[in-house]
Design a protein around this ligand. Sequence first.
Ligand SMILES: [Zn+2]
Length: 509
Amino acid sequence: MSQDHILVFDTTLRDGEQSPGASLGVSEKLIIAEQLARLRVDAIEAGFPVSSQAQFDGVRLAASQIKGPAIVALARCIDKDIDVAWEALKPAQRPRIHTFVATSKIHMEKKFRKSEDEILEMAVAGVKRAKSYCEDVEFSPEDSARTGLEFLLRIVEAAIKAGATVINIPDTVGFAMPEQFGALIRTVRERVPNIHKAILSVHCHNDLGLAVANTLAAVHNGAQQVEVTVNGVGERAGNASLEEVVMALKTRVDFYGKSTNIDTREILRTSKLVSTLMGIPVQPNKAIVGSNAFAHESGIHQDAVIKDATTYEIMSPQDIGLQSNAIVLGRHSGRHGLKMRLMELGYNLPAPELDHVYQRFLEIADRKKEVFDEDLLALMSNETMETKETWSLAYFHILSGNQTVPTATVGLTHGEETVQEAAVGDGPVDAAYRALDRMINLPVTLQDYSLRGVTGGKDALGEVFVRVRHEGVTWLGRGASTDIIEASIRAYLHALNRILAAQVPGKHE
Ligand SMILES: [Zn+2]
């Protein structure tokens, strides 16, 4: 590996998926993994296989389908974790087991009640076991930023001696400051005698808003791999954002002198895909991928940008794949046009699914003359490809107004039969949800409801995200339509169908 090259390790599917309220189905994970491969990340951390059947299946599927990037599975330094991780990773072209143990005083004492020597033994045993399965082994001393320096250096050296090929230094709780974290990385480089035998990696959290700054400080001090997520999603305040780290390195190559393999023109598309599938919107002023990131409001700026973009733009919008809202499809676009556009957006559909999506596309194109990429993404996220639709929407009728009691009549098909219920509520959505509850009869509470216009204009597609809670677990539902009541019904139904699909006997969790 060249000294001037930084490896990008994406953990959107593992750490990112631990974002509160984000839950991805297995086929959604695969769609994201395929897009990450197109973005040309060097490694994809696909999950934590021992933690659930769904996590195992997600890693397994990525391992068998994705070519190019290394596929990584997380495991504690525990035999069973490592064995299960390997089981899931086996089909991968480039498998990597990522094993970790907590090394900070507070974690060792409170979580494990173990001494430094005992933790070091666990680490060495874990790395050796992983190495017995696979050549590429990453080791992380969890909570490194709060770990005693001498112990950190000792455990890193021991892990490399045991066979670790990548050493990752995580700031698990987002506690580090940039100068301090940079100095830590420099110290690891200078004082661990065998460090040249491994790739030095960092993994920063954003609790104080410093994940990207800490990551860049580490790169400046010799880190060779960055662990990041798309849109910065992740536990609590999230991880270092892929697009910010990559574009900082690219834009300030004069300062860092480093390059990555990333095809930056795929950045925006990846951001939108992840946002839609996870149901986590991107704030408008978010660096790089926010909707305002390249918008110039002030007249003086606009005027100057028209004369020469570099007056106020340090990056070009084309570099991240932003095109000025080109109309992509309309009513007269054929099935082939739709298929090609969907492939460019990351969806490769087999014929039967394409037929189904095409029908939904025509319904939307009929009501809305111009269909944008955003509309297609919303439509696709509404296609519950892996969720068996136990109940599907047949029809609905709403009576609403400011001087009447909102009433909804909803018809659902369930197998061969169609059932119908009516209910009144505070508003049309409430009434419709009550009607659905009467038919489906699952004990759920609605935790969150949000509606957004997918594109501008009065005929815009409305996209609804709901989060419902059932037996202590939160489920995401999505729905899109030019009619916001329909989008609302579809979103709620999607969430309920997901819960029902997970309850099918034989599907273990
Ligand atoms: Zn993390």
